[in-house]
Structures are given as structure tokens and as C-alpha cells.
Design a protein around this ligand. Structure first.
Ligand SMILES: [Zn+2]
Length: 296
């Protein structure tokens, strides 16, 4: 355990002790405005299936678990959501792992929800395990060491599984063609990574691809890339934490809070409380400035 995760663990314990997480959660619910939360997850291994079920059971008491269409009603003509008792909650999964197909999708369905699965077409098309693992090491997790990875970290879902999820009402989102870092790329490369990827996913699913999530860190993006994303996608999801407030936020730049299935119960509740969003406020502002997001 490194120093940062020790500090994080200490803060979570301290916040739980003084019930600061419960208080923040309560204040969050007092907002009368239509609002929602987007959760970002990665691998959802079978060994953590019951832990994920417990997280969903807990979350469904405090939020309305929805799908992308339901979430979009935050900006609807009649956002009759102002008096909704519970905020909307949307689950998203990055990279297109097979464990998302086999574990996460059926679990979400059992709670009446549907997810957004951000797929990397070149990863999904890897013809065998060796190539998938090489792709994972080279393009998705360059810091991983051989022997570190469990199969469920790097095994992709196939194009047929992607199509099946879409047919079951889940949304398939674009996560670039090759898990590219979207900084300083030429217009041609952006078109290839974003446009070609969107066309491929639309061909697999026979549906429009409305959602995009960029790769790597919150600031691994530039204004040109964001404009290219907006040409193809209505919803752009960032890896930057925050609640989504439909008065201030637009579908073209949405915040996501990372809450993994492996989190312990106190860590999970702390993450849902929204305390962590305070830490990310300056980054949200910098991102808006960097992308020159018009103020609505
Ligand atoms: Zn990714």
C-alpha cells in the first residue's frame, strides 16, 4: 500500500467515524434540482459478483438506477424530475471486458437498469488471448507487469457480445478505436480514432452510438479532440468526478465518479456520499476552460 492510498484509507475511516459521509449524502439529497450521478467501473469479476449485488442493492435504496435514455431526461423538455425523490444513477463500464458482459450486465438487468459499455473495437477484435493480453499491456495498462494481470482484467468481450448487449437495451459507447490518448492528434488521426470507431460500433449494434468516454486521465484530452467527439456523439463522459446538475452541466461534458466493485462497504458508501467531488472541483473548472466549454 503506498502513501497516497494510506492517506485515502485514513480519510475514509475518519469520515465514517464522524458520519461526515452520511451528512454529505443527506445534503446531496436536499437539492431540489434534477440531478444525477454517473458511476465509472472497470473489471467486474465473477469472484466479486455478490459484492456488486450488495452495492446495487444499497445504491437502489438511495438512487433510481436508470439507463442512458432515462438519464437524458435530465435535459428533457419537461424535466418532471424536480420533485423526484431520488437522484438518477447511471452505471458505465470502460474498455469492454468480458466480465462486464457476463457479470455486470445481468446483475444490472435484475435491478431494472441498463449500463453504458465503452468499447474499444480493436480490443474486441483481438483474435486470441495472447493478442488481447499484448493489446491490454501496450494500450490500456502500460504500467502493468507480466504476471500481475488476472484474466478478467484483460479478456475483452467479442463483437457478438457487444451486439447482444445492445439488443438487450444497454448502450454501447465509443472508447476510441485503439484506446488512444487524445492529446495533440492530427485531424486525420482523430477522425480515425473517433469516427471510424463510431462507425464500426454502429455496424455491430445496428444502432446509433450516442455516448463517448475518453481514455486515461481527466486531462488526457484537448479542445480539438473534444470537438471531434461532439461531431459524432451527444454524450461525452469524462474521467473526472462530480455529480451531474442539469442546470449547469450539458450532455457534451459529463462527470463520472469511479466506484469499483472491489471497494469495501465503507469505501463504497464514502464514494457515493459525494465528499470526493469537492476535491475534483478545480479540475472540473480547468477542464471546462481547457475545452472552452460554452457556458449555458
Ligand atoms: Zn479505458
Amino acid at each position: 500500500m503506498n502513501f497516497r492510498s494510506q492517506v485515502r484509507g485514513f480519510l475514509i475511516q475518519a469520515a465514517c467515524l464522524v458520519r461526515a459521509d452520511a451528512l454529505a449524502f443527506h445534503l446531496q439529497k436536499l437539492h431540489r434540482r434534477p440531478q444525477g450521478l454517473v458511476v465509472a467501473m472497470h473489471e467486474t469479476p465473477t469472484s466479486l459478483k455478490e459484492q456488486f449485488r450488495a452495492q446495487l442493492a444499497w445504491a437502489s435504496q438511495h438512487f433510481t438506477i436508470t439507463n442512458l435514455e432515462g438519464f437524458a431526461t435530465l435535459w428533457g423538455e419537461h424535466p418532471g424530475t424536480a420533485n423526484r425523490a431520488k437522484p438518477l444513477l447511471l452505471f458505465t463500464f470502460d474498455d469492454g471486458r468480458e466480465s462486464n458482459y457476463s457479470v455486470a450486465a445481468p446483475l444490472l438487468e435484475s435491478f431494472g437498469g441498463r449500463g453504458v459499455f465503452f468499447v474499444v473495437p480493436t480490443f474486441a477484435e483481438c483474435p486470441d488471448a495472447q493478442q488481447a493480453l499484448s493489446f491490454y499491456r501496450a494500450r490500456m495498462n502500460p504500467d502493468s507487469k507480466p504476471g500481475d494481470e488476472k484474466t478478467e482484467d484483460w479478456k475483452p468481450m467479442s463483437p457478438a457480445q457487444v451486439a447482444d448487449l445492445a439488443a438487450r437495451g444497454h448502450a454501447i459507447g465509443n472508447h476510441t478505436l485503439t484506446h488512444a490518448r487524445l492529446i495533440g492528434l492530427s485531424p486525420e488521426t482523430l477522425e480515425h480514432e473517433i469516427g471510424d470507431s463510431a462507425r464500426k460500433l454502429a455496424a455491430w449494434t445496428r444502432k446509433p452510438v450516442d455516448a463517448f468516454a475518453w481514455t486515461f486521465g481527466w486531462d488526457a484530452i484537448d479542445a480539438n479532440a473534444w470537438q471531434a467527439i461532439r461531431r459524432y456523439h451527444r454524450f461525452c463522459f469524462s474521467p473526472c468526478a462530480g455529480a451531474v446538475d442539469s442546470l449547469y452541466d450539458q450532455p457534451s461534458l459529463l462527470w463520472r465518479r469511479e466506484i469499483e466493485v472491489r471497494y469495501s462497504a465503507p469505501e463504497m458508501r464514502f464514494s457515493y456520499s459525494g465528499l470526493v467531488d469537492l476535491w475534483w472541483g478545480a479540475r472540473r473548472r480547468r477542464l471546462r476552460d481547457m475545452l472552452r466549454v460554452p457556458h449555458e
